[in-house]
Design a protein around this ligand. Structure first.
Ligand SMILES: Nc1nc2c(ncn2[C@@H]2O[C@H](COP(=O)(O)OP(=O)(O)OP(=O)(O)O)[C@@H](O)[C@H]2O)c(=O)[nH]1
Length: 370
C-alpha cells in the first residue's frame, strides 16, 4: 500500500487578520491529530512564533524575512523533512505565512519540494471582516490571494454587523466564485474543514503535540544543538526587514512596508507608551509584541496588538524563567522609522527615574482584556 503523504496547508492572510489566532485554535482543538506548525515571522523578533509556542510546543520558526522571498529554500525543506519523518508522527503540517507574504510563492516552494512524504494540502486565506474593504483598496493584490484560496475564513465576524458581513461575502464570492467561505470569530473554525481529526488517545504522550525537543532530538542525540529549531536562535540578522537578499520585490505586498523592532530590558512607562500608541501615524498598520511595565499589581506580561485603529492589551503570566522584556514589532508603510524608534525609546523607564505609580496604568487597562 502506498505510504500516506502528509498534507501541507498554507495559512495566509494580510497583517493582523488572525492567522496566529486561528493556528492556536487548530493546535488546541486537533484531538488526536498531530499538527506540525511552521511559523514565518516578518521580523527577527519572532512574536508569532512566541505566541504559538506559548500555546503548544509544536512548531518550528522561520524568522526574519518573508518566506516568499527566500532564494534559498533549504531552511523550509529542512523543516519539512524533520516534520515528515515517521518518528515525528505528524499528520498534517500548517505553514503560517507572514502577513505580507505572497501565498503563491509559498505554494510554489511546497510544490517544488523533493520530499516525497508531503503533499500540498491547500491554501487557507484569512480575511479580516472589519478591515477587508480598506485593505483591498490599498492592496489590490489581495484579490489574487483570495482567488487562489481553497478556503476563505472570514474572520472577526464579531466586529461587523450583518449588512457589512453580507457585503464582504458578496465581494468574496465575486473574487472566488464557488470557493467555500467560513465566517468565524477568533479563528474558531471546525478543524475538520482542514484535516481529519483523529480521536484523542488514552495515552497522553501519544496525542500531545510535538515539542521542539522531539523535533531536534532526531538530529542531535545529545539534544543540545537545536540549530535552526531553536526559538532563541541568534541569527546574525539585520534588524530592519531583510528578504534574505536577492528578492524581487516587484508586485510583492511588502515592497512598500517597513518594520521597526524594539527591545527594552528596562520597564516601559505606561503613560508614555499610551501617548505613543494614541498618536501613531496612519501608515503604521500593525503593532504586536509583549510589554513589561513592572508596576506593582501589573507585573504581568501584556501582549499588545494594534491592527489599523484596533488596539488591545492581553494579560498573561510570564513563564517561570522568562526574561522580563518588552519586545515589539511595528509594521507600516510611509512611516518615519527613526521617529518611531525615538518615540519608543522615550517610553523606557531610565535608571534613576522613580517607578511609575499604579494609576498610570489606567490608560492601558482601558484596552486590556483577560
Ligand atoms: N475581535 C476580534 N479580534 C480578533 C479576532 N481574531 C483575531 N483577533 C485579534 O486580532 C489581533 C491580531 O491577531 P493575530 O492572530 O495575531 O493576527 P495575524 O494574522 O497572525 O497577524 P500578523 O502575523 O501580524 O499578520 C489580535 O489582537 C487578536 O486577538 C476575531 O475574530 N475578532
Amino acid at each position: 500500500m502506498a505510504k500516506r503523504q502528509i498534507p501541507v496547508i498554507v495559512l495566509a492572510g494580510f497583517l493582523g487578520s488572525g492567522k496566529t489566532t486561528l493556528l492556536n485554535h487548530l493546535l488546541g482543538r486537533s484531538g488526536g491529530t498531530r499538527i506540525g506548525a511552521i511559523v514565518n515571522d516578518f521580523g527577527s523578533i519572532e512574536i508569532d512564533a512566541m505566541s504559538v509556542a506559548g500555546q503548544v510546543d509544536s512548531m518550528v520558526s522561520l524568522g526574519n524575512g518573508c518566506l516568499c522571498c527566500a532564494v534559498d529554500t533549504s531552511e523550509l525543506d529542512g523543516f519539512l523533512d524533520r516534520l515528515s519523518r515517521p518518528a515525528a508522527r505528524i499528520d498534517v503540517i500548517v505553514i503560517e505565512a507572514s502577513g505580507l507574504a505572497e501565498p503563491q510563492e509559498v505554494i510554489r516552494m511546497i510544490l517544488a519540494s523533493d520530499n516525497k512524504d508531503i503533499v500540498y494540502g491547500g491554501l487557507v486565506e484569512v480575511v479580516d471582516a472589519a478591515e477587508f474593504a480598506a485593505t483591498r483598496a490599498r492592496h489590490p493584490e489581495l484579490d489574487r490571494h483570495v482567488a487562489i484560496a481553497d478556503l476563505v475564513v472570514l474572520n472577526k465576524a464579531d466586529r461587523v454587523g450583518d449588512e457589512a458581513r453580507r457585503e464582504v461575502l458578496g465581494v468574496l464570492e465575486e473574487l472566488a466564485p464557488g470557493t467555500p467561505v467560513v465566517p468565524a470569530s477568533y479563528g474558531r473554525i471546525d478543524p475538520e474543514l482542514l484535516f481529519d481529526r483523529k480521536p484523542r488517545e488514552d495515552d497522553p504522550s501519544k496525542t500531545r503535540q510535538l515539542s521542539f525537543e522531539d523535533l531536534c532530538a532526531d538530529d542531535e542525540p545529545d539534544g543540545h544543538d537545536h540549530g535552526s529549531c531553536d526559538l532563541d536562535h541568534d541569527h546574525d540578522h539585520d534588524h530592519d526587514h531583510d528578504c534574505h537578499g536577492g528578492c524581487d520585490h516587484n508586485g510583492h505586498l511588502h515592497a512598500a512596508y517597513e518594520s521597526v523592532e524594539f527591545v527594552s530590558e528596562e520597564p516601559v512607562d505606561p503613560r508614555r507608551l499610551m501617548e505613543f500608541l494614541d498618536s501613531r501615524p496612519e501608515g503604521l498598520y500593525r503593532i504586536k509584541g509583549f510589554v513589561y511595565f513592572g508596576i506593582a499589581g501589573h507585573k504581568h506580561k501584556f501582549a499588545v496588538h494594534a491592527v489599523g485603529d484596533f488596539l488591545r492589551f492581553y494579560r498573561s503570566s510570564w513563564a517561570r524563567a522568562e526574561e522580563r522584556l518588552t519586545q515589539l514589532v511595528l509594521i507600516g508603510r510611509g512611516v518615519d522609522t527613526a521617529a518611531l524608534r525615538a518615540g519608543l525609546d522615550r517610553c523606557r523607564v531610565t535608571a534613576g527615574e522613580p517607578p511609575a505609580e499604579e494609576h498610570s496604568m489606567w490608560g492601558v487597562l482601558r484596552y486590556a482584556q483577560g
